[in-house]
Design a protein around this ligand. Structure first.
Ligand code: 13P
Length: 285
């Protein structure tokens, strides 16, 4: 399903949709299963940084097949793309939304570049997310390091008007990965951004953010929340302890069993987020 359609419904009914970063069969299965358990829509996200290791066309075909038989709406989103070529490739193989990350450019250059992407994507009925401000990086994240500049509400208004994007990633103090100190999230700024633009707002850096803060962000208009690091930590912690036990006992567990158990661990973490993000709303699916 088009991500814009999923997010417009979330915006109207005041809940957020989880965008889980995925890169394998197990991560996608876990994300869809978690959403089905909670009867909430879900966004399957794949970052441009995984293009060298993931067969994008094969991945998109796999997600499409799973989405068609899922009992909840599923969309396929390209996360943090820096290159126009990656965006075109994702559109060609069926992604239903793309994020162009021009946050490292000046406002005017970000506007120019984002506008070009929006024109291309909209021709294919693909929705576009973009970012101004820049996310800092915490612990265990696999994302690029940003400088932590928060989004200026006035610039957000200009950016949205001039680029025609469908949803805006607002930098309000969350970080990619786990927080190294106390999180300092600027809810006042979020409120100002909310008041100056009317498209769905996106929060990056869901991992390590408390339930309380996530709910506050949702109440202030966040409709999509990205989660990567905590799911990866759930999987890797499981693998670490499973292998430690197996090797101590001189066992050689089969990879298929390990994969299935790891998927269950990821699903548990994903269910936790989906439940919080739903804001106790049962959407009409
Ligand atoms: P976390 O790794 O903090 O969950 O953030 C993920 C993200 O925002 C991907 O775009």
């Amino acid at each position: 399903m088009n991500t814009k359609k999923i997010l417009k419904q979330a915006q109207k009914n005041k809940y957020a949709v989880a965008a889980f970063n995925t890169y394998s069969l197990e991560t996608v299965q876990a994300a869809i299963a978690a959403a089905e358990d909670e009867q909430q829509p879900v966004i399957i996200a794949l970052g441009e940084r995984y293009f060298p290791t993931v067969d994008i066309e094969g991945f998109a075909a796999m997600v499409r097949a799973m989405a068609l038989k899922a009992s909840v709406p599923v969309s396929l989103h390209l996360d943090h793309a820096y290159e126009k070529e990656s965006i075109i490739r994702a559109i060609q193989c069926g992604f239903t939304s793309v994020m162009f990350d021009g946050s490292k450019y000046s406002l005017s250059e970000n506007i120019e570049r984002t506008k070009e992407i929006t024109e291309i994507a909209h021709l294919a009925d693909v929705s576009v997310e973009a970012e101004i401000g820049s996310m800092a990086k915490g612990a265990f994240s696999d994302e690029e390091e940003g400088d932590g500049t928060l989004t200026d509400p006035e610039s957000a208004k200009q950016f949205v008007e001039e680029t025609d994007i469908d949803f805006l990633a607002a930098a309000i103090g969350t970080v990619h990965g786990l927080y190294k100190g106390e999180p300092n999230i600027d809810f006042n700024r979020l409120k100002k951004i909310r008041d100056s633009v009317n498209i769905p707002l996106v929060l990056h850096g869901g991992s390590g953010t408390s339930e309380d803060k996530l709910k506050q962000a949702i109440d202030l208009g966040i409709c999509k929340i990205n989660v990567n690091t905590e799911v990866s930590i759930a999987a890797v912690s499981f693998l670490k302890s499973a292998f430690e036990t197996a090797f101590k006992n001189e066992e050689m567990p089969h990879l298929s069993t390990v994969n299935a158990k790891m998927e269950q661990e990821m699903k548990k973490t994903m269910v936790k987020f989906v439940r919080i993000f739903s804001n106790q709303v049962k959407p009409v699916l």
